[in-house]
Design a protein around this ligand. Structure first.
Ligand SMILES: [Zn+2]
Length: 633
């Protein structure tokens, strides 16, 4: 089933995004835009903004945004196609479908999300309604999972056999190759296809916005020789270390309480949730990663670790503590009674006892000390020294010097040791970390965090506040520009002039787009935003164009009698000159430094000449752009 692109466009342009969103969010007009309280994160002052002119919405708090379809998809948790259908119905527009395969022209990610959504519905239906689903229902009932909880988490069951899901997918016209990519269907060595999760209990894994990005399948039959869990492979929509299980359910509560409880497994989280403890996320299947911690830091900096009391759990706790401390988290650790996990504990003792336990959580120093004590490390002097060294190590990871000092005092008191001794131990570790971080691994980490940053829209705001610059002003103008302004910019600037990678990429895209003969004079910024296929670029541009730094309106206020075309041209010239001057001045400065440093006179002369030429260049630019020109005509 496929909706022709032209039809989708017709529906989009027929709808008013302000009207549609007003049906769900109370909007007030502010300047050119409408604002309200964001439905995607909890807030007290409105940062959710809708532009009638651009037909997009954007939240400056959580960076969700996009066009009218995107709003419906996010708000109603429906697929792209469903959002198109729903809007068409509201507007009374008839959709005629292409009879060809499952949509081709949708962005690849959307197709994958849609397939996962269909699969999740299919598995849920098996669990709730199929006779064979009884085995999974029984398993969940034994673990005290209620029906409404199964529904809330979209749990499911994959029927035994080779081709149940395959047949379902074929019947729906779903692309089988894409199901293989998503790990729903497997292929044997001789090329035969089979349901990959067959006979398993299914946990859909959600993105922070609540879309299904992957599945985990738990084995139910004790005779099954396969792995206890099968997880979806990584794909365009799923990067393992970047997802925290349950975050979409927990994020509001985490924000409200400013605290997250971190558990290991799906069932731990689900049981706690069912018992009314809702600020919980699970690492599920991996050791806690830097990226997961980064993700969590968008909601809170306080974490309570709640891992199993066995050796593996303790090891995982210690590792997680390090990662969290490094990112300036406050970490506390709950120790469960021997033999219990969060799931069993809360089912046995209930919510109140659980909360009592969390109240008694220890800081990492207490926790680790107690652990070494229980291992008898403090009975032998040489082992004790080693243990104390281990205790100092995580302290060295903290960036906050004051906190570090307090903890060192703590340790010295506890073990009756001279503070100086511990401090020198601490210094050693800090030096070691610094050395480690300044070598290549730091480069690698930087690159990695840049990549992560690119994925997490948070970074967009960082980029735009920290580097708000002429580069961005140029891009902003281009997204509002008419042909004359754009031509002026492209005749003066080149992609290489941009220092920030994202800005450079966007400039290149725009240059190509404007170079297109078919571009007409009435080309609008909303059309330009829709050419961006990359999520990061799109979010970044939304932020830029949403007049957070409302230059254009202040121009209009200052020169009320001038036409907007003229204002735009004036603004273009002004910004362009600043941009070019800034680049030239940098070069002049660097030449001047060379002149000071070099002893060789011929070299000095060379740089002086270069600087003269650069000054002449500035003069040329000033004349060309004629920026002095006021609105006298
Ligand atoms: Zn928001």
């Amino acid at each position: 089933m496929r909706i022709p692109e032209s039809k989708i466009e017709e529906i989009r342009t027929a709808a008013s995004i302000v009207d549609v969103i007003s049906g769900y969010v109370q909007l007030r007009k502010r300047g050119k835009n409408f604002t309200g309280l964001c439905p995607f994160h909890s807030e007290k002052t409105p940062s959710f903004t809708v532009s009638e002119e651009k037909q997009i919405f954007h939240c400056f708090g959580c960076h969700t945004g996009g066009n009218v379809f995107k709003f419906l998809m996010e708000y109603r948790k429906i697929s792209f196609i469903e959002s198109v259908q729903e809007l068409a119905e509201q507007l009374g527009i008839q959709i005629e479908y292409d009879q060809s395969e499952f949509t081709e022209q949708q962005p690849e990610q959307e197709i994958l999300y849609d397939i996962n959504t269909e699969a999740a519905k299919y598995y849920l239906n098996n669990l709730l309604n199929d006779d064979e689903g009884e085995v999974a229902r029984k398993y969940l009932q034994e673990r005290n999972v209620k029906l409404h909880t199964m529904r809330a988490f979209g749990l499911g069951y994959s029927l035994r056999g080779w081709e149940n899901f395959i047949n379902f997918a074929r019947g729906k016209g779903i692309d089988i190759d894409k199901c293989i990519q998503l790990g729903l269907i497997g292929k044997t060595a001789d090329g035969r296809m089979h349901d990959k999760l067959s006979g398993r209990l299914i946990f859909p894994i959600f993105s922070p916005n609540g879309r299904v990005v992957a599945f985990a399948g738990r084995v139910l039959d004790p005779d099954d020789k396969g792995a206890k869990y099968i997880n979806s492979p990584e794909s365009l929509i799923y990067v393992k270390g970047r997802i925290l299980y349950g975050l979409s359910f927990a994020k509001d509560e985490i924000r409200r309480l400013d605290k997250a409880i971190l558990v290991e497994g799906y069932m731990d989280l689900i049981s706690l949730y069912q018992n009314g403890i809702r600020n919980v996320v699970a690492v599920s299947g991996t050791a806690l990663t830097d990226e997961q911690v980064q993700l969590l830091s968008r909601y809170t900096k306080n974490v309570v670790l709640l891992f199993d009391a066995d050796t593996a759990g303790i090891k995982a706790s210690m590792r997680s503590i390090e990662i969290l401390l490094r990112k300036d988290f406050e970490v506390k650790i709950v120790s469960l009674p021997q033999g219990e996990d969060p799931d069993s504990f809360v089912n046995k003792f209930g919510k109140d006892d659980f909360e009592e336990l969390v109240k008694k959580a220890e800081n990492f120093l207490e926790y680790e000390t107690r652990y070494y004590e229980s291992q008898g490390k403090f009975n032998d002097p040489s082992e004790a020294a080693q243990a104390i060294r281990e205790l100092v190590k995580p302290v060295a990871l903290m960036n906050d010097e004051l906190k570090r000092n307090l903890l060192i005092k703590d340790i010295s008191k506890k073990f009756n040791l001279r503070e100086k001794l511990l401090e020198s131990e601490l210094d050693k570790h800090i030096k070691q970390f610094k050395k480690f971080e300044s070598t290549e691994s730091r480069q690698l980490q930087k690159r990695k965090s840049e990549e992560t940053a690119a994925i997490i829209p948070n970074a967009v705001s960082v980029a735009s506040s920290a580097f708000y610059s002429l580069e961005q002003e140029i891009l902003k103008i281009l997204f509002e520009a008419d042909k004359p302004s754009a031509d002026l910019i492209f005749s003066h600037l080149h992609p290489e002039d941009f220092t920030v990678g994202l800005n450079r990429e966007l400039f290149e895209i725009l240059k190509e787009e404007f170079g297109n003969e078919s571009i007409k004079d009435e080309f609008k910024s909303r059309d330009l935003i829709s050419i961006l296929k990359d999520e990061i670029q799109e979010a970044y541009v939304r932020e830029l164009t949403f007049d957070k730094y409302s230059v254009s309106s202040s121009w209009e206020e200052r020169f009320p009698s001038i036409t907007s075309e003229k204002i735009l041209l004036k603004r273009t010239k002004d910004t362009l000159q600043k941009f070019i001057f800034e680049t030239i001045d940098k070069e002049i400065q660097s030449n001047s430094r060379e002149i000071e440093l070099t002893e060789d006179e011929s070299n000095q002369l060379k740089f002086m000449k270069a600087n003269n030429e650069l000054e002449r260049e500035k003069k040329r630019v000033r004349e060309e752009l004629n920026v002095k020109d006021n609105y006298s005509e």
